[in-house]
Ligand binder design. Structure first.
Ligand SMILES: [Ca+2]
Ligand SMILES: [Ca+2]
Ligand SMILES: [Ca+2]
Length: 333
C-alpha cells in the first residue's frame, strides 16, 4: 500500500511537471509532429512592386502545424536570389516581407521574378510558382563612388601596362552585379605584377574629398568583385589616399591606406572593409604611413584600384561593380 501511494504520487508529479513544461516551452507536440497540411495557399500581396519607392512584398500561407519553411525568390533576367526562412505555422507580414534585398548577387533588377514556397522536411513540399514584376530597384543607402551606370567619367585615370590582351573597360550585361554595367579589368603582363589600374578621384564628382564620416570605425567601403571560373592568379589592391593637410592636392608625405584581396570565389561576391581596418602597405607588407598616421575618411581624396598577378602566371581578369561607402554597417544589397 505504501508502495502504491508513492507510485501514485510520482505519477501525478510526472503529469504536473509535463503540464508545466508544455506551457513554458511553447508548441504543443501535435503542433510539430502532426500531419502536414497547407491550410491557406501561398500568396503574394502584389504581382508588381516598385522597391525604389519603398514598396514591399508580403507573402502569406498557413500550415496545419509549425514547420521550417523557405521562400525562394529568383530574378528571371539577373539570376539574383533571395531566400526568406522561418519556423512557424503562419507566414505573414511579421516574418515574410521582401523589400528587394538579395542573398546571392547580382542585385535584383527591373525584371520579372518568380517565387515559391518550400518545406524541406515535408517531402520537399513545393508550392505553385508566383510571378512578381520588379518595376523599380531597391535604393541602398550610402555614398556611391561609382556603379558604372553613367559611362566612363572623364575625371578618372587609368594606367595599363603594355601587355597582351589588355582590357580595361565598362561592359554592359544583364549579369552586372548592380544595374546593367560593370567594369572589366584583364590582361597579361610578363614583366611586372601590375597589370593595370584605375583611379577614382573625388574631383571626378566635383568634390575635393569624399563626404564621409570623421569616425573610421563607422565607415565601410564596399565593392562587388567577379572572378571568372578559369582565373586563379588574380589579386586586387585598393588604395585610399588622404589629403592630410586639406590643401586640395595629394602629396607624397600624406597617408595612403590599402587592402588587398586574393583567392576570390568564382562569380560575384561582395567585399566590405571597415575604414579603420585599412593599413599602409609597402610591397604588400604593413608599414608606417607616410602622412599624419591618422585614419581620416573625411580627408579621402582618391581611391585607386590595381589589378595584379604574378608575372609568371599569365593572363588575369576581374570584374568590379558598385563601389559604395556605407555607415555603421556593410552594404546590405
Ligand atoms: Ca553597375
Ligand atoms: Ca595635401
Ligand atoms: Ca591621415
Amino acid at each position: 500500500m505504501k508502495y502504491l501511494i508513492t507510485s501514485l504520487f510520482l505519477f501525478s508529479l510526472f503529469f504536473i511537471s509535463c503540464d508545466r513544461d508544455k506551457s513554458v516551452q511553447g508548441p504543443l507536440l501535435d503542433d510539430i509532429y502532426g500531419e502536414f497540411s497547407l491550410l491557406e495557399p501561398f500568396t503574394t500581396s502584389t504581382n508588381a512592386v516598385d522597391f525604389s519607392t519603398g514598396e514591399q512584398v508580403v507573402f502569406e500561407a498557413t500550415f496545419g502545424k509549425q514547420v521550417n519553411w523557405e521562400i525562394h525568390i529568383e530574378g528571371q533576367t539577373s539570376g539574383a536570389k533571395r531566400i526568406i526562412e522561418g519556423f512557424s505555422s503562419t507566414i505573414n507580414a511579421t516574418n515574410a516581407v521582401w523589400n528587394g534585398r538579395t542573398n546571392v548577387l547580382p542585385m535584383f533588377k527591373t525584371e520579372p521574378c518568380r517565387a515559391y514556397l518550400l518545406v524541406p522536411n515535408e517531402d520537399n513540399f513545393s508550392s505553385d510558382t508566383l510571378s512578381i514584376s520588379v518595376l523599380g530597384e531597391r535604393v541602398t543607402p550610402g555614398f556611391v563612388v561609382t556603379d558604372f551606370e553613367s559611362g566612363f567619367n572623364s575625371g578618372w585615370n587609368t594606367f595599363l601596362q603594355s601587355g597582351a590582351n589588355m582590357n580595361f573597360r565598362i561592359v554592359e550585361s544583364p549579369l552586372a552585379a548592380q544595374g546593367n554595367f560593370y567594369y572589366e579589368m584583364g590582361g597579361e603582363v610578363p614583366f611586372d605584377f601590375l597589370i593595370g589600374l584605375i583611379e577614382f578621384p573625388a574631383s571626378a564628382q566635383q568634390l575635393q574629398r569624399y563626404p564621409l564620416s570623421t569616425n573610421p570605425n563607422n565607415v565601410y567601403f564596399n565593392v562587388f568583385l567577379y572572378k571568372p571560373e578559369n582565373i586563379r592568379n588574380e589579386f586586387i589592391l585598393f588604395r585610399f589616399l588622404e589629403d592630410d593637410n586639406e590643401d586640395g592636392t595629394l602629396q607624397n608625405n600624406e597617408d595612403v591606406y590599402s587592402f588587398e584581396t586574393r583567392s576570390l570565389q568564382p562569380g560575384w561576391q561582395q567585399i566590405s572593409i571597415r575604414y579603420s581596418d585599412l593599413v599602409n602597405l609597402v610591397n604588400g607588407q604593413p608599414a608606417p604611413p607616410a602622412g599624419n598616421g591618422v585614419l581620416e575618411p573625411h580627408k579621402l581624396a582618391r581611391i585607386d584600384v590595381l589589378l595584379l598577378a604574378d608575372p609568371s602566371t599569365g593572363y588575369s581578369q576581374l570584374y568590379m561593380d558598385n563601389l559604395i561607402f556605407t555607415e555603421n554597417q556593410p552594404l546590405q544589397p
